[in-house]
Each structure stands twice: as structure tokens, then as C-alpha cells.
Design a protein around this ligand. Structure first.
Ligand code: CAA
Length: 257
């Protein structure tokens, strides 16, 4: 594993996955997500694991999908690469997953945290879907999951402006379970994990499945729709301009083409 670190039994019955691309603020390249998928598949089969925590570091949970990996892709490249099929497999993990979030959880990072089952946030956590600022839109569930989590008005505002939600606001809107000081967020995530790990793993798995069923009945359709539109933004000059501007560290000049 190059971009993640997996500890199967960090605490009894609790596994830990740490995202480990700190220089890039844990930007989620395809290999990283494939490593997460493979780790989750193994942990799902491991009887010594009942709950999984996924975390980044204090500065960043993840600052989004890797813009540099996508910047020059065409809509058809994106369609054929089909990077989100990895995310679909992650979503099918049977054991409960807690995201322990500190610092940036942006774009794909926010979507990844929302793909988990619960979120414990540090006071420094910042959530957002800033894809609009680089000429594209959320592609890994943001338009669907954020809207369901915090309601249409606030989700629309965040997705259309790219503004960030502070940890306190994220708590107010029901996006996160709990906000604690930075030095406490891992401890808090482990406390929650250990409490859940003390329950019947069979009941836990079935209950998770049932909660998700209520949440996801119409999700497949929403995700498929979102994905096509996300790929379509790669047919625009504005996406190329937005992502190039990010890589070149300058302001974008969008032309509506
Ligand atoms: N992809 C690739 N590299 C990224 C990245 C990303 N999403 N986010 C940060 N990085 C890299 C930066 O390029 C920089 O690398 P270099 O030192 O080599 O230049 C390094 O991480 C540190 O970043 P900054 O210097 O920008 O750090 P900062 O503290 O000044 O700013 C930030 C932090 C506000 C998070 C800023 O990095 C930022 O805006 N990142 C992009 C956020 C974003 O737009 N995310 C959405 C991505 S698209 C997406 O996720 C699509 C989807 O739905 C799946």
C-alpha cells in the first residue's frame, strides 16, 4: 500500500485506515481509492474487525479528487476510466465505517467522508464541494448525499458557490455526528467505534444495511445522473481552464464554453 496505512487491530475489533499523501493534502488519486477499496474488502472478511475508522491527518482528511490526474482528460476518457466504480464498491462495505475528519474535507474528500456511515469532526474541519470553482461539479455523490444530509437550500448554496462549512456549521446542519477539539478527534472516533464494536456484529451489519436502504433507494439513479453530468463538464473549455489555473496557481478565466 503506497498511499494508505492499514492497522487491522488498532483497538480490539477496531481497524484504522489512514490516508497518507500528506504533501498533496491527501488528494484522492485513483490508486489511493483502489487501495482503500482493497483494504475494506479484506477488513470486511476479517472476523477480528467489527468497525473501521478512516482518517487523514490534522490538516486534511482529503482535499478532493486529484485535480492533476484529471485536468487534461476528455469526457470520454473520464467515462472509460470509470473511477467511481471503485467508490461503488467502497459503498458496499458491510461493516460500519466512521470518518474521523480534521482539516480539509473538500470535493471528493467531503464525498468520501459522506460515503462513510458517521463523521466525527475536529474543530478545524472544513467541509465543502468547491468543484464549481474549477469549472466542474461534484462527481462522487456530492449533489445527492450533501442534499440528503443538510437539505436542498444549504447544499445548493455550497455546491454553487464552493463555500466551505465550518465544523460547527456542519454539526448544526446534521452532516457530522460530533465536533471535538483537534487533540480529541481520534479518541472520540475510537470511543464511538468501541461502543459499536461491543454490539452483535450480525445485528450491526443488518442495521447498517437497513438504514442505508432508506437512504439509498433512489441513490443509484441520482449517482448515475450526477456522474454523466460530471463527465460532461470535461467537454467544456471552462473545466480545462479551471483545472489548469489550479495547477498553475492562478485565477481562472471562465468563458461559458
Ligand atoms: N488535487 C491535486 N492536488 C491537490 C489538491 C487536489 N484536489 N488539493 C491540494 N493539492 C496539492 C496542491 O496542488 C499543492 O501541491 P504543490 O505543493 O505541489 O503545489 C499541495 O496539495 C498543497 O496545497 P495548497 O498549496 O493549495 O495548500 P493551501 O493550504 O494553500 O490550500 C486548499 C488548501 C484550499 C485545500 C487548496 O489546496 C485547494 O483549493 N485544493 C483543491 C480543492 C478542490 O477543488 N477539490 C475538489 C477537487 S475535484 C473533485 O473532487 C471532483 C469530484 O467530485 C470527485
Amino acid at each position: 500500500m503506497e498511499f494508505i496505512k492499514v492497522t487491522e487491530e488498532k483497538e480490539p475489533f477496531v481497524a484504522l485506515i489512514e490516508l497518507n499523501r500528506p504533501k498533496e493534502l491527501n488528494a484522492l488519486n485513483r490508486q489511493l481509492m483502489e487501495e482503500v477499496r482493497d483494504a475494506l474488502q479484506l477488513l470486511d472478511k476479517n472476523d477480528k474487525v467489527r468497525v473501521i475508522i478512516i482518517t487523514g491527518n490534522e490538516k486534511a482528511f482529503a482535499a478532493g479528487a486529484d485535480i492533476k490526474q484529471m485536468a487534461d482528460k476528455s469526457a470520454i476518457d473520464m467515462l472509460m476510466i470509470d473511477q467511481f466504480s471503485t467508490w461503488d464498491q467502497i459503498r458496499k462495505t458491510k461493516k460500519p465505517i466512521i470518518a474521523a475528519v480534521s482539516g480539509f474535507a473538500l470535493g471528493g474528500g467531503c464525498e468520501f467522508a459522506m460515503t462513510c456511515d458517521m463523521i466525527i469532526a475536529s474543530e478545524s474541519a472544513k467541509f465543502g464541494q468547491p468543484e464549481i470553482k474549477i469549472g466542474t461539479m461534484p462527481g462522487a455523490g456530492g449533489t445527492q448525499r450533501l442534499t440528503k444530509a443538510i437539505g436542498k437550500a444549504k447544499a445548493m448554496e455550497l455546491i454553487l458557490t464552493g463555500r466551505f462549512l465550518s465544523a460547527a456549521e456542519a454539526h448544526f446542519y446534521g452532516l457530522v455526528n460530533k465536533v471535538v477539539p483537534v487533540e480529541m478527534f481520534m479518541q472520540e472516533a475510537f470511543a464511538l467505534a468501541k461502543e459499536i464494536a461491543s454490539m452483535s456484529p450480525v445485528a450491526t451489519q443488518l442495521a447498517k444495511e437497513a438504514v442505508n436502504r432508506s437512504f439509498e433507494t433512489q441513490l443509484d439513479e441520482g449517482l448515475a445522473f450526477e456522474r454523466k453530468n460530471f463527465y460532461l463538464t470535461f467537454a467544456s473549455e471552462d473545466q480545462k481552464e479551471g483545472m489548469s489555473a489550479f495547477v498553475e496557481k492562478r485565477a481562472p478565466n471562465f468563458k461559458g464554453k
